[in-house]
Write a protein that binds this ligand. Structure first.
Ligand SMILES: [Cu+2]
Length: 448
């Protein structure tokens, strides 16, 4: 239903533009180029919104377990293959810095598939110990790879130098979201000191030992993706390669919509399997009616058994989806915002402002726009109720806190805080502007 509304909104937008274009060109009888009518719809142009997001990546080699008991020398961004999921909004300016901390005396570089920027200026090799910075504007929405482009590129990608960047379009409907990065590993036959190294000849042959999602063979068999029956699910799937196509399929389910490269203006409807090419991505929307286990695979079956089977567990008792997703996430979180934990028992709040330890959140604002809590052993806790049938969150930037509030959910917010006054708000686009903000004052607790 939400997806339909979403599509309808895009379709109406598109239709509106076509109508306007037709009206404008009728008097002269001349035809305008058809492509111009939709040009501003699938992307933006120019300098964007001016909102700046700082993204720092560090090129570093390390050892990573890529399958149970298999240690492999990875070349990475920020210490893991894949590197961190970077999530920005359409129109953001990415202020990017690459630091090369190579311990193998290798040059590394960056190539953002989401960016329009000169290759000979910004995608150049960065020597060990050096840094490179540049700004770029996220003008195309979707899911894109970033990777190292130092020759031979095959070696740098096959050894782990890639990650996903999501450029979130405006008005993305709520869904339970996951990020899946597919890639291949080509180890040589013999470990050195217990660690396998990538074998260049094998990389060239295109015959991998492992084809995996999120850097570890069959990771999501042990850690299934979760959803509730009929819940909208959004999978941002990226294929880092370096070489194989991923024929992405969910066994026992169909995709309501597939958006090549994640662009919301180009939906395909009712798809069983969709090829995600190396260096490409797609956004998959589905909802699954019945409880059970639903494997996701590459349907390229010579490779499925090499580590490319994960599970979606559909169960009505799983925790509600996060109300929002981090703009700059952790590589193995698969896009899921981590809960802040249950923390200590409630300590109650000050009585002076009528706060009884419960905050109610709704789109019209928080019912406590300024309240006091006592810290105990450096921690505070209180209850937050979401009065709406859609998601919110409780965010305090200075404390690094983001508590997701599912529809009609009551959660115990518990986090570390030193005495002081902090601004809180709902970080979902538009909600703070609608009045969802206030201040929380943390009072020094009694010694005990
Ligand atoms: Cu590299």
């Amino acid at each position: 239903m939400r997806a339909f509304k979403f599509l309808a909104a895009w379709a109406i937008g598109l239709f509106g533009l076509i109508v306007v274009s037709a009206v404008l060109t009728t008097p002269g009888g001349r035809e305008a180029p058809a492509a111009a009518a939709t040009a501003s719809d699938y992307r933006i142009r120019g300098a964007g919104t001016g909102r700046v997001v700082e993204v720092d990546l560090e090129a570093v080699e390390t050892v990573q377990e890529i399958a149970s008991g298999v240690r492999y020398r990875v070349w990475t961004f920020n210490g893991t293959a894949p590197g961190p999921v970077i999530r920005v909004r359409l129109g953001d300016t990415v202020r990017f810095t690459l630091t090369n901390s190579s311990s193998l005396n290798l040059s590394h570089s960056i190539d953002f598939h989401a960016a329009q920027t000169p290759w000979d200026r910004d995608y150049v090799p960065v020597a060990p110990g050096e840094t490179l910075s540049f700004d770029w504007v996220a003008r195309f929405p979707g899911v894109f790879t970033y990777h190292c482009g130092v020759p031979p590129v095959l070696h740098h990608i096959a050894n782990g130098m890639y990650g996903a960047i999501i450029v979130e379009p405006p008005d993305l409907p709520p869904a339970r979201e996951y990020v899946l990065v597919s890639s291949e590993f080509y180890p040589g036959p013999k470990p050195v000191d217990g660690v396998l190294e990538g074998a260049p000849a094998r990389m060239t042959s295109g015959r991998p030992e492992y084809v995996v999602f999120n850097g570890f063979a069959n990771l999501h068999q042990e850690h299934p993706l979760e959803a509730r029956p009929d819940e909208p699910i959004r999978l941002w799937v990226l294929n880092a390669g370096p070489t194989l196509t991923n024929a992405f399929h969910v066994i026992g389910a169909l995709f309501d919509h597939v958006y090549p490269d994640g662009n919301p203006t180009t939906p395909l409807n009712g798809i069983q399997t969709w090829n995600v090419p190396p260096g490409g991505g797609a956004m998959f929307e589905l909802s699954i009616p019945d409880e059970g286990l639903y494997p996701f695979v590459t349907h390229s079956f010579a490779f499925t058994g090499l580590g490319s089977v994960g599970l979606i567990k559909v169960d009505r008792s799983v925790a509600p989806a996060p109300a929002s997703y981090p703009m700059y996430g952790d590589p193995f979180s698969a896009g899921v915002l981590e809960a802040t934990g249950t923390g200590p028992a409630a300590v109650g709040g000050g009585e002076q402002d009528g706060f009884d330890g419960t905050v109610s959140a709704s789109i019209s604002g928080f019912d406590q726009s300024s309240f006091d809590v006592e810290e105990r052993d450096g921690k505070v806790s209180f209850t937050i109720q979401n009065a709406d049938t859609f998601g919110h969150d409780f965010t305090v930037d200075e404390l690094g806190v983001k508590v997701p509030l599912g529809p009609n959910e009551t959660v115990e917010a518990a986090f570390e805080a030193q005495p002081g006054t902090y601004t809180f708000y709902c970080s979902i686009p538009g909600h703070r502007e609608a009045g969802m903000e206030g201040t929380i004052t943390v009072l020094p607790g009694m010694a005990h």
